[in-house]
Ligand binder design. Structure first.
Ligand SMILES: N[C@@H](CCC(=O)N[C@@H](CS)C(=O)NCC(=O)O)C(=O)O
Length: 215
């Protein structure tokens, strides 16, 4: 493992709803799994759409800095971190390729459907037109996860971290009974590195509440 000065940037505060799900958690979790030292910096929630466009062109978080490297998009950041530690990704060509493949699957085949589905569900529409599409994708993942414990090379990788983070959204977990997916998500959430990253994010926003109450 090489030494690094990884800095993860997230929002200084968010309302209760997204706490525990802000995507800096993905990067914290990866660093915790690998024992990579990191620190956390913040940008202001209030003017988030424009206050960091040079670092994240869509006005979102997370983004990271690692020495001279500035990087955004949680998937890209995870792959960058994975290159620093075998704990996150095997080093052989097939292991790398399959980890990349499942990172894209999590983002582009599952989250691409689950996030708009989630928004439409929360908007209170009686009929969510994306339910069939998401159910099909989740059924397909259920088939994959019924046959194996991990996505890549019979071991934990950042692909599992990301897939579990995408699948752990409560409304998504509640959309039908998929025992293998549920067991997979539970296994991932039991990992000490996830627990630490989650607790740290929650504590970060609780501290921000206190600062806000004072001002
Ligand atoms: N594709 C981006 C999505 C990032 C994202 O959705 N970030 C949310 C927080 S989890 C955000 O910054 N939301 C604030 C906003 O969009 O104004 C990634 O994976 O990094």
């Amino acid at each position: 493992m090489q030494l690094s000065g990884i800095v993860i940037t997230t929002l200084d505060w968010v309302p209760q709803g997204p706490r525990g799900f802000v995507r800096d958690l993905r990067l914290r979790w990866a660093c915790e799994e690998a024992g990579l030292p990191y620190s956390v910096e913040t940008i202001s929630f209030e003017d988030r759409e424009t206050n960091h466009l040079d670092k994240q062109p869509f006005g979102q978080v997370p983004f990271l800095r690692d020495g001279d490297l500035q990087l955004c998009e949680s998937g890209a950041c995870l792959l960058h971190l994975a290159q620093k530690s075998e704990a996150l990704m095997p080093s052989d060509a097939a292991g790398v390729a399959h980890t990349q493949q499942w990172i894209f699957s999590a983002l582009n085949s599952i989250e691409m459907v689950s996030v708009p589905w989630w928004f439409l569900t929360l908007s209170g529409q009686a009929e969510n037109p994306m339910t069939g599409w998401l159910s099909k994708r989740l059924d397909q993942m259920e088939r994959v996860l019924s046959g194996r414990e991990w996505l890549v090379a019979d071991r934990f990788t950042v692909a599992d971290l990301l897939m579990a983070d995408v699948l752990r959204v409560p409304l998504v977990r509640q959309l039908g009974a998929r025992p293998a997916s549920e067991a997979y998500v539970s296994r991932m959430l039991d990992r000490p590195a996830f627990q630490k990253a989650y607790a740290d994010q929650m504590a970060h926003f609780e501290r921000a509440d206190k600062v806000r109450q004072k001002s």
